[in-house]
Design a protein around this ligand. Structure first.
Ligand SMILES: [Mg+2]
Length: 195
């Protein structure tokens, strides 16, 4: 319920003020990519990323996909060759995230409660994740991006990789779509290649 009120207030503010930076910068990503799979590892190297905090549903795979697809395994390999650890950070529940992440062989934080950063900050400490060399990547302007911004780490916004979202995400999309439009209009979606 708190999350609901928070999101509604956030979006109303965002839409009312024609991009008021002090109120809305929380939704602005550092960079944008069509998909996580198009990003060259050299980008992360340049940004001094040691830990890539990756959203799961519609960033890596569809929420219906129980085990990682081949391109996700390949991505993990490419990253680890360069000394970058992939850690899955998902709002989804323990079982879904555990099954997927264990099959992939990566560490994970489930039920992380994005857009808030409290659990991320606590778990990062527990898992010895240095947030100063971390980057957050995900497909939602209302959860992934604010969480990363609040934790003080750089964020990358991606587009959905499949059309279907799980039912709870349909609600988020009501806010995600206008925010994306606004970010685009204001030229605030910087392509990762331009950085
Ligand atoms: Mg997602």
């Amino acid at each position: 319920m708190l999350v609901f009120i928070f999101l509604v207030r956030k979006v109303i503010t965002f839409l009312k003020n024609d991009y008021n930076i002090s109120m809305s910068k929380i939704n602005v990503p550092y960079a944008h990519a069509s998909s996580i799979f198009e990003i060259d590892v050299s980008f992360y190297k340049k940004e001094n990323v040691k830990t890539l905090l990756v959203d799961l549903d519609n960033t890596l795979d569809s929420y219906r996909t129980k085990t990682p697809s081949k391109r996700v395994f390949d991505l993990k390999e490419r990253l680890s060759k360069e000394g970058i650890e992939m850690v899955i950070v998902s709002n989804n529940t323990g079982t879904r995230v555990t099954t997927y992440a264990e099959a992939l062989g990566v560490r994970f934080i489930s039920s992380i409660r994005k857009p808030f950063a409290k659990k991320l900050l606590a778990k990062a400490k527990e898992y010895n994740i240095d947030l100063s060399t971390s980057m957050m990547i995900g497909d939602q302007t209302v959860t992934d991006i604010p969480c990363g911004n609040r934790a003080g780490i750089k964020t990358v916004l991606t587009d959905k990789i499949v059309k279907e979202d799980q039912p709870t995400t349909h609600f988020n999309r009501l806010f995600d779509r206008p925010i994306r439009r606004k970010l685009m209009r204001k030229n605030l979606l910087r392509d990762w290649r331009s950085l």
